[in-house]
Design a protein around this ligand. Structure first.
Ligand code: ATP
Ligand code: MG
Length: 455
């Protein structure tokens, strides 16, 4: 246990009268059964050394060696600067664990107060977690969602993620897992509509050798593999009533029985479920168990469709363009204004996934072109809203190139407020050449195509 911060956080605790009192109390309660000093005080830096993430919430966790620990975060000015941990003995009953938890809470709070009093600023770590790098979006609905994520990450509560297809439900489940205390354990995924009932049962819970034709060996189920980690159960609305019962049991009691087995096994898994269906409605219609619904719906995250957060579209386009360019090791192309307008006006029934696929397609079709024109867009994007002044069915390469050039020049001129000398310099062509092209493309300021009115 090294580290300047940790030592000083522990020293700080050691100086507290209440700390010594509680230590004695714990010692008396837990006796020699406790493997460690009654209470450990770890700083965020020490926790990082242990590859553990400081818990933002109190509760029971599993330490890396598999033992149960009761933890409570130490906070300074809202930031988590460390953690107090106690290992209750294995045979401790619920009441004992609750008592230990209460004492640990008191300790954590006292240490936090003392740190604030003595202005132990050096103890505050730059927050290294709660970063949702892959989750692009700055719209209000996405900000609300991210704030909610901050709150649910450290709890073990079941989360239900609801949203249309392609809105990012799985991405959110991953963000929860990889930012949580469970991140060092597995994140398992199963889509409930992918298999028939028997196969799904064996996938989720495993089977014994000989349980059915083809079961040539014992097989571990995904729930077992996800032990101490997170299980993402996708399309839970498609699950049969028989399997709903099994899932209810594993969520409620942490126990399950493999196919063909007689003994039940125990797992500690956080469940995240997703569906694009209206589960509440399914409950009303008797298609989904009400008890499972309440178990699963402890925390409900609703991911809004992309058409309700249009300001995220340009950010997502940038994100996917950069990624496409990186995977192709090519230059990062730019989208022509007309193309961007079409993308911005589209309704995105397939949400982020549809946009992602569209950008990938554009990049492939564009080849070496530096500017991607709207003529390369999928027909469904061109069908609905033709932009004025630009032909919609451009198929020939010459025309496509001319359109791209026209857009590029119009953009440069607009950026330079129609200062042709500066625009020409930016485009890397002569001023005379630029004037010729402006004439050819009929690009006088008042004639420039305007962005279409949005619906
Ligand atoms: N906010 C986002 N930022 C970046 N990429 C995103 C975002 N949301 C979704 N994606 C990407 O879009 C694709 C679809 O996301 P995901 O698979 O999580 O959606 P889903 O809601 O689970 O879809 P489905 O209902 O079809 O299973 C993925 O490739 C994902 O990386
Ligand atoms: Mg999905």
């Amino acid at each position: 246990m090294s580290g300047r911060d940790g030592t000083s956080l522990l020293r700080l605790a050691d100086e507290l009268h209440v700390f010594r009192q509680i230590q004695r109390l714990l010692e008396r309660r837990l006796g020699t059964r406790a493997e460690l000093r009654p209470a450990e005080v770890l700083s965020a830096a020490e926790l990082a050394e242990l590859h553990a993430v400081p818990a933002g919430a109190r509760g029971q966790r599993t330490s890396r060696d598999g033992a149960a620990v009761v933890v409570s975060p130490v906070r300074l000015a809202g930031a988590v600067i460390g953690e107090v941990r106690v290992r209750p003995p294995a045979e401790a009953d619920d009441r004992e664990v609750t008592l230990v938890g209460d004492l640990v809470d008191v300790l954590a709070e006292e240490i936090g107060l003392a740190a604030a009093e003595r202005r132990v600023d050096s103890l505050v770590e730059a927050p290294t977690r709660y970063r949702y790098d892959d989750l692009v979006g700055k719209s209000e609905p996405m900000r609300v969602l991210q704030r909610l994520l901050d709150k649910v990450i450290d709890s073990d509560s079941t989360v239900l993620v609801q949203g249309e297809n392609g809105t990012g439900k799985e991405l959110i489940a991953r963000a929860i897992h990889f930012n949580s205390i469970r991140a060092t354990h597995r994140f398992m995924v199963q889509n409930c509509s992918a298999f028939n009932d028997n196969l799904l049962d064996s996938e989720l819970f495993g089977h014994k050798k000989g349980a059915f034709t083809g079961a040539i060996a014992d097989k571990q189920g995904l729930f077992e593999l996800a032990d101490r980690g997170t299980f993402f159960l996708d399309e839970i609305g498609d699950m049969s009533p028989a399997l709903q019962v099994k899932v209810l049991r594993v969520v409620q009691e942490g126990t399950f029985t493999a196919v063909g087995d007689t003994e039940s096994r125990h797992v500690d898994v956080r469940l995240i479920a997703a569906t694009h269906r209206d589960l509440r409605l399914m409950v009303d219609r008797g298609e989904f168990r009400e008890d499972l619904f309440y178990r699963v719906n402890v925390i409900n995250l609703v991911v809004p469709p992309l058409r309700e957060r249009r300001e995220d579209v340009p950010l997502l386009i940038e994100h996917f363009l950069t990624r496409a360019a990186r995977t192709r090791r090519g230059r990062r192309p730019r989208l022509a204004r007309a193309c961007l307008d079409r993308l911005a006006a589209h309704d995105w029934p397939g949400n982020v996934r549809e946009l992602e696929n569209e950008i990938e397609r554009l990049v492939v079709l564009a080849g070496d072109a530096r500017v991607i024109g709207e003529e390369l867009l999928s027909p469904r994007l061109l069908d609905r809203a033709p932009a004025p002044g630009v032909p919609t069915s451009t198929r020939r390469l010459g025309e496509a190139r001319a359109n791209a050039e026209r857009d590029l020049i119009a953009d440069a001129l607009a950026r330079n407020r129609w200062n042709k000398t500066r625009a020409a310099a930016e485009l890397g062509i002569s001023r005379r050449n630029l004037i010729r092209k402006v004439e050819r493309y009929n690009l006088e300021p008042r004639l420039r195509p305007r962005p279409r009115a949005r619906r």
